[in-house]
Structures are given as C-alpha cells and as structure tokens.
Ligand binder design. Structure first.
Ligand code: ADP
Ligand code: MG
Length: 518
C-alpha cells in the first residue's frame, strides 16, 4: 500500500536530546499561545482553585495530507452547508426519519417534542445559525485517494478555537526548529496552508448577532455561549469568544458564558411580549439586562445534558424565544446519522440517492449533486427495507462485519460499535429497535506515522490516522429559505494512533494536528 509518509518525513526522533528539545518547545509554545485545556480530573485534584492549564495533545509535526483531497473538502463545504440548511427547513423529511428512529431513542423523540411544542404556538425567530463541521478521512482504493465523509456535525462543532493555533504552532516549528534537526527539514519544503477557523466561526456568530438587530426595549444585545459544567475544553471556546468580541471593532460584541444547567435561573422571556425576547441577567450583576441575539449551544447535544425535565424546559425556552439559536432543534436533528445515511443510500441499481435529489432537484444543481455524492461512502439502514436487510446480514456475520462501524443517533464520541463487536451488540438490542442504528463501511486511510505529545506528557511515535474537519458557517431564514451568510470557515486536523477506533480529542483518543499538503 502506498504510504503518504514517504521518504523521511515526518522524521522519527531517535536522538533523545532532539526529542526532548522539540517536546519542551511545544510545551512552552502551547501554553504561551493558549493551545491548552484544563487538566484531567485526576490531576485537577491538586487544583482546587481551578488555576491550572495544560497543553492540548498535539503532533510534533504537521501530518502529510493529499492536497487534492484537502482542496476538494474545502470547496464542497458551502454546498454542504446549503444542503443542511435545506434539510433543516424540510420538516416532513425530518419527521419521517425521527419516527423511524424514535422508537429506539428517547433523546431524539424528546428533541422532536420540543420542536412540536414551539411549532404549535409558532416560531417567532426566522433566522437559524449553523456552525457546521464536515468530517472526512482519506480513503485509499488501490492507487486512488479520495475524501470520504465520516459525519456532518450540526451542533457544538468544537476545536475551531484551537485548530487555527495548531496551524500556527506547526508554522512556528517549521521556521525555528525543524531546520536544525540532524535530518533537517527546510521550511521551504513544507506547504502549510493558512487556517482561520477561529475568525471564520466568529464571523458566523457576528453575522447572526447583527442580523438580529436592535432590542425593541433598548436593552444591549449579546451572544450567549451555553456550555457544559466543568468543561475542560474551555480555551477552545474562549478563543472564539474573544474573536466574537473583537469582531465588533470599536463596539465589542457582548459575549457571556452560561452553563446549560442554569438557563432557567438566569434567563427569562420578556413578560407579555408577543416576540418572546430572551432576556439575560448576568449572575454577577443581575441588575443588568441583556437581550440575547444569539444562543450558541456548546452543550445540549446528548442525553447527559438533560438529567431532568427542567433541562428540557430550558431547551424549550431557548427554542421558543426570539434569540437566533445555533442550532435550532430541527438543525440539530438534521445532524442525525440517520440523515447522513438516507442521503447516501441509493436503491439497488440506482445512481443518485433520491434524498439527495429531493434537496437538489434542479438540472442546475447537477454539479453540486456530483460534488457531494463523491464524498459519500456506503452507509446502510438497519431497518427492514431491502437495503436494511442486506445490512442486517452483514452486521450479524462475524467476518463481513469487520469492515463496518455501527452508529446510534448520538454525538460527542464513545457511542459507536466497531467491527467484531457489532453482532454481539445487536444481540442485546430488541430487533424492532435496530432501525435506530446505521451501518457504515470503514474508511481505510493510507498508512502514516507521526509523534504525538499527549496531555499527560507521554510521547508516542508510530502509525497514525488523520481526520480532517472543514468548518462552515451559515445563516438562513427558515421561512423564505434565503441564505444571508454562507462561508467555508477553516479546518481541523485530528490525529489518533492507528490502533484506536474512536477519534475524539476531548474524549482522549485523538490529538490536534495540522496539514502539510503533499
Ligand atoms: P461522533 O458523533 O461520536 O463523533 P463519528 O461518526 O464522528 O461519531 O465517529 C467517531 C469516530 O469513529 C470518528 O472520529 C472516526 O475516528 C471513527 N469513525 C467513524 N466512522 C468511521 C468510518 N466510516 N471509517 C473509519 N472510522 C470511522
Ligand atoms: Mg465525530
């Protein structure tokens, strides 16, 4: 199999002094520049005051990544964002899929109920904001390298604040360190593209903030980040907050953080107002009143954030308010893995999947359909349709299942079932609920190597797998469909050891990386 690594790049650092020097440089640069996370709970025991920060896990070298694949993924992003805006507006389409999975999935069912409640009284805010991230791996098929989508994220797409910094770290090392290794790497030999993910995501939030307009009550307006309690990835979010504030220039945009669990304690709908403005009273000074223009969810994507019915009341309060939500419930549901599967599944002998046609029906959409369709790998339902029955045969077969991953309708890592574990897991799930899972062919990237510096200071050299994410920001009108902002907004490269199946950085599997285009 052709290797992307080729030649002597990235080098294996056999000389302990060279390795130590590079590791120390990275430890210092990451803290100096906020490429950091809060310490893990184990080390946080000695940090009662919450003062400590530690380097985010990173690779010591930018990983080689095929230029054509990188450019293809970037180029298709605005098309993807537009597609997902259309899906979010197609209630009938989403309702059908929700019904297909809801029997085996309370969480999806509860989200749908929030939408139904708000729909009954009528939405007051027409704008929806999406800060999306489409994730890919490079699939090697013979000599051919193709970009294939892993998933499309419509809620809490993270790491935009740290990934632009990882690009800067590798650019810094390329200029100041790699040239002085015993196997020197001239900086001119490294094609390291710019990555403006922080500014790009902030521009999306700012676009929504300005689209909201002024408060009818004369209150100052603000952007509210809704976050998880005890978030370790707080600096990723902080970088984004600072960039949103700065996007206001001489009149900084007010940004606040509020734990998702405290929405009802510190926000209220404007009393007796038809528009249901969302008012925020900062806990440190409740005499102040802000009108929330944008409610940005970095929480609320999984059942863990909804321990009681109060949390669902909080989500309902956001959804029915006049704040522009990022995302709305329907947009969150558009990110279900079931949606991705339906977009990718063509009937036997069919060419373009009918669901893709549904959203891109015009002859003038042909190029977009082709561009998106190329990025799909095989994904099957696990229901009783003909494709679903084929998938059931594969998934319960001990040898065929080795080329697949089975996914429930969940976000945030740690939920998928891989390869040989699939038949056993299915045997524990009542057959009438199999339809709430999808079965996806594994993408097999070309072999690559790198050196990873973990958060605990451990250094790992060896085989790695890279996953590219491309950010897209999109603001649209749910009634008219008008798209008022749609930009490709930078990228994320996450790299994991090649023995690991899951890839999440926050979940502890992967690390931050950037691309060296080859
Ligand atoms: P989550 O919503 O939990 O992030 P993903 O679909 O992104 O779920 O899967 C988690 C991880 O599993 C990915 O980051 C990737 O490393 C791996 N993975 C998922 N799907 C595939 C696939 N089809 N081929 C290879 N690896 C995959
Ligand atoms: Mg993922």
């Amino acid at each position: 199999m052709a290797s992307l690594t080729g030649g002597s790049y990235p080098p294996t650092l056999d000389n302990p002094l060279e390795l130590e020097r590079l590791v120390q440089t990275v430890k210092d640069w990451t803290i100096s520049n906020g490429l950091a996370v809060r310490p893990s709970p184990a080390s946080a025991d000695s940090d009662e005051e919450g003062m400590l920060a530690t380097s985010a896990p990173v690779t010591l070298f930018p990983s080689p990544f095929p230029k054509s694949c990188f450019e293809e993924a970037k180029a298709v992003q605005t098309k993807y964002s537009d597609l997902y805006a259309r899906i979010s507006r197609d209630e009938e389409f989403l309702e059908d899929l929700v019904q297909q999975v809801a029997g085996g999935d309370d969480f999806i069912d509860n989200l749908w109920k929030v939408h139904l409640r708000v729909k009954e009284e009528g939405y007051v805010q027409n704008f929806t904001l999406g800060l999306f991230r489409s994730d890919y791996m490079v699939h090697q098929d013979g000599d051919k390298l193709q970009i294939k989508q892993v998933e499309f994220n419509t809620i809490a797409s993270s790491f935009g604040g740290l990934s632009s910094r990882t690009s800067l770290l590798h650019k810094h090392l390329a200029k100041t360190e790699y040239a002085f290794l015993s196997n020197p790497i001239p900086s001119s030999s490294l094609n390291l593209p710019e990555n403006r993910s922080t500014e790009g995501l902030a521009a999306g939030l700012a676009a929504a903030f300005y689209a909201y307009g002024k408060s009818g009550f004369g209150h100052p307006t603000c952007v509210l980040f809704l976050v998880q309690d005890g978030e370790r990835n707080v600096f990723d979010q902080r970088h984004l907050e600072y960039a949103v504030q700065q996007a206001g220039g001489d009149e900084p945009i007010p940004v606040f953080r509020l734990p998702f669990s405290q929405i009802l304690a510190h926000t209220q709908l404007a009393p007796s107002s038809q528009r249901r403005e969302l008012l925020y009273h900062p806990p440190h000074n409740p005499a102040l009143t802000f009108e929330v223009a944008v409610a940005y969810l970095r929480a609320g994507y999984g059942p863990g954030d909804y321990p009681t019915s109060t949390a669902w009341d909080a989500r309902y309060q956001l959804e029915r308010s006049n704040a522009i939500t990022c995302p709305s419930v329907l947009t969150q549901l558009a990110g279900m893995k079931k949606v991705q599967q339906v977009l990718a599944t063509a009937p036997e002998g069919g060419d373009v999947p009918p669901a893709l046609r549904r959203f891109l029906p015009d002859p003038s959409d042909a190029a977009t359909v082709t561009a998106i369709h190329r990025t799909f790998t095989n994904i099957y339902p696990l229901d009783t349709s003909p494709a679903g029955l084929t998938a059931r045969t594969i998934a319960t077969d001990p040898s065929q299942c080795l080329r697949y991953v089975m996914k429930p309708q969940r976000e945030g890592g740690g939920n998928n079932v891989y390869k040989s574990a699939i038949p056993q897991r299915l045997s524990t799930i009542p057959e009438e609920h199999w339809g709430s899972y999808i079965l996806m062919e594994l993408i097999t990237p070309p072999p690559a190597t790198n050196t990873i510096l973990r958060g605990n200071g451990q250094v790992e050299q060896g085989g790695v797998i890279c996953e590219l994410g491309v950010y897209g920001t999109c603001l649209w009108d749910r009634e008219t469909g008008e798209v008022v902002h749609n930009e490709e907004s930078g990228y994320l490269l996450r790299t994991k050891g090649d023995q690991s199946e899951e890839g999440g950085v926050a979940a502890g599997y992967g690390c931050m990386d950037s691309v060296r285009l080859v």
